[in-house]
Write a protein that binds this ligand. Structure first.
Ligand SMILES: *[C@@H]1O[C@H](CO)[C@@H](O)[C@H](O)[C@H]1NC(C)=O
Ligand SMILES: *[C@@H]1O[C@H](CO)[C@@H](O)[C@H](O)[C@H]1NC(C)=O
Ligand SMILES: *[C@@H]1O[C@H](CO)[C@@H](O)[C@H](O)[C@H]1NC(C)=O
Ligand SMILES: *[C@@H]1O[C@H](CO)[C@@H](O)[C@H](O)[C@H]1NC(C)=O
Ligand SMILES: *[C@@H]1O[C@H](CO)[C@@H](O)[C@H](O)[C@H]1NC(C)=O
Length: 513
């Protein structure tokens, strides 16, 4: 109330000079802009085998291939949010976020992956969380699937099995039925096919020529199915919005040479367009350059058909337009150069035929590839706007890693630059960015990087002094003490800063907090 009177007064005082008024607005996010923080189920929940939860690929592989995870850690307890959800909601309420992006663990709701049996305790957990959020004025933004595929379905091929799209639809129907009366913002999938085509991430499908394309293909169909299911059965009564989560780092040409400029656009089409084009482009389908390249390279290699699955005209029609907004994870920027000679690379890399690298002068984080390039954020937002007819955009993940400092001035400085770039994108480029979530709410189990920086006993501290690079990967606005059975959470300076950003809807400087 006071705030709006204050604002009204300022606007009134400024109306004399229209330029000043614009300046005032330029420094603020639009009134309907929302701020949030993000997390995902496996990374924070723990309670991995409690109350009837089934096994996910992360439960499975942290057990069967522990060496693939830093210091052989796992998410069995993680931040213990399965038990500490009330504490979490209190922190979120204190932060003042408009929305909280979290994911639901498919195997907690459906232990076998299929629509039967349903785990009532899983429903209860998310019901409690959703109700508590709403009671505190926080909108839930729910990702239905964020990497943690039920193991039963993985054994049947996971995202390479076309029937997974049907099982995903069953799962989504259950989520809409039980939670859709209160959840109005859904992200179907984190469209992330890491682990398909490499032996680095779960599910370790070490097949380099085709598996990644199959994964993308089945995810597209699964997403469209769920969107259309909502249209047919739930939209009129529930009236929510559905989007998909896309990994949208920016790809910048490494030089002004025409082949590098072309290579950078090709990289954008392969990396962002492979998911976005079929859904968001009026033509639908995979980007033309991607279809042609994969077809040509496949034929040259001796395959009888393209390794990229073909979307039939019916499928193109089915998938096209299945969005209410685009959910963009904006991590960083890569420079791109056309490969200069024949390289000894595996198939999907051959298709793209470029080299990625980063500028050593870009600000480092504590993750080797996560450099801070605010201008890249502005460019990727503009590219998405121009290419896909100006969709509504939610930035659903953007963050900075450090070594777990509580006084994290560097995180603040860099997120501040990102927010400034987003503000300029909205006001100067006219992009339709409606919301922003910091990755992440809490320090979490960072997939194969585990927890890092666990200086529990003296030897490990010496280890980190000797190998500081291994101490990386803390993303949280809240520090979590993973050596404490109670998983004590502590607000970082950045949390206090973000609170003021949210409250005042402008890019606050660290000096002001
Ligand atoms: C996004 O891209 C980065 C850089 O290539 C990668 O390391 C990360 O795993 C990707 N994340 C997702 C969610 O796909
Ligand atoms: C694919 O091959 C055809 C026939 O050789 C050629 O005309 C076309 O330019 C190639 N496309 C790409 C993207 O390399
Ligand atoms: C990749 O680019 C290099 C240089 O332009 C070329 O020699 C090579 O044949 C290309 N590889 C493929 C698979 O297109
Ligand atoms: C090409 O890669 C394969 C598989 O990684 C390896 O076995 C082979 O020695 C490499 N060849 C060259 C010329 O580097
Ligand atoms: C590795 O894990 C052990 C036991 O879980 C823990 O005591 C130790 O501090 C960890 N070491 C590092 C380097 O994180």
């Amino acid at each position: 109330m006071i705030k709006s009177i204050f604002q009204a007064t300022v606007i009134l005082l400024c109306t004399k000079n229209s330029l000043e008024k614009t300046d005032f607005e330029k420094h603020r996010f639009p009134v309907d802009f929302s701020f949030g923080v993000a997390s995902s189920a496996y990374q924070i929940e723990g309670g991995y085998n409690e109350d009837g939860k089934g096994e996910s690929i992360f439960d499975h592989y942290t057990k069967t291939k522990p060496k693939k995870f830093f210091n052989e850690t796992n998410g069995n307890v993680a931040c213990d949010s399965y038990h500490k959800w009330r504490t979490d909601v209190k922190l979120l309420a204190d932060l003042g976020v408009d929305f909280y992006r979290f994911s639901i663990s498919w195997s907690r709701i459906l232990p076998q992956g299929f629509s039967h049996p349903i785990n009532g305790d899983g429903l209860r957990y998310y019901n409690d969380l959703i109700n508590e959020l709403i009671a505190n004025g926080i909108k839930p933004m729910v990702t239905m699937h964020h990497k943690d595929m039920p193991m039963v379905l993985q054994r049947l091929g996971g995202w390479t099995n076309p029937y997974t799209a049907y099982y995903f639809e069953d799962y989504a129907r259950i989520l809409f039925s039980y939670f859709g009366d209160r959840v109005k913002n859904w992200i179907t999938l984190e469209a992330d096919c890491s682990g398909y085509g490499d032996d680095v991430d779960p599910p370790f499908i070490d097949e380099p020529s085709t598996s990644r394309y199959l994964c993308t293909h089945v995810m597209l169909l699964a997403h469209a199915k769920v969107y259309l299911l909502y249209d047919e059965e739930f939209r009129t009564s529930q009236n929510g919005k559905i989007g998909i989560g896309v990994n949208a780092s920016w790809y910048e040409a490494g030089s002004f040479a025409p082949e590098d400029i072309i290579a950078a656009e090709r990289a954008r089409e392969f990396k962002i367009g492979s998911i976005m084009n079929p859904i968001f482009h009026t033509d639908g389908n995979y980007p033309r350059i991607m279809r042609e390249r994969v077809y040509n390279v496949s034929r040259e290699e001796g395959y009888l058909q393209s390794r990229l699955p073909i979307l039939s005209p019916q499928e193109i029609d089915y998938i096209q337009g299945t969005y209410d907004f685009a959910g963009l994870n904006i991590d960083t920027t890569f420079l791109v150069r056309q490969n200069t000679e024949k390289t000894n690379e595996t198939a999907t890399k051959k298709d793209l035929n470029v080299t990625f690298y980063q500028d050593k002068s870009w600000t480092k984080t504590n993750t080797d590839w996560l450099r801070v390039v605010p201008d890249g954020v502005r460019k990727v937002l503009k590219w998405v706007k121009d290419k896909y007819d100006d969709p509504e955009i939610f930035i659903i993940g953007n963050g900075f890693t450090d070594k777990a400092e509580i006084n994290d001035a560097k995180r603040v400085q860099n997120l501040q630059k990102y927010l400034q770039a987003i503000l300029e994108s909205i006001h100067e480029d006219g992009t339709n960015v409606k919301g922003y979530a910091i990755w992440s709410f809490l320090d979490s189990f960072q997939w194969t990087s585990g927890y890092r920086w666990e200086c529990v006993w003296k030897m490990s501290c010496i280890f980190f002094l000797l190998f500081p690079d291994l101490s990386r990967e803390k993303y949280g606005l809240y520090h979590v003490d993973f050596s404490d059975a109670n998983r004590k959470r502590t607000a970082r300076k950045s949390a206090i800063w973000y609170k003021k950003v949210i409250k005042e809807k402008r890019v606050v400087d660290l000096k002001e907090v």
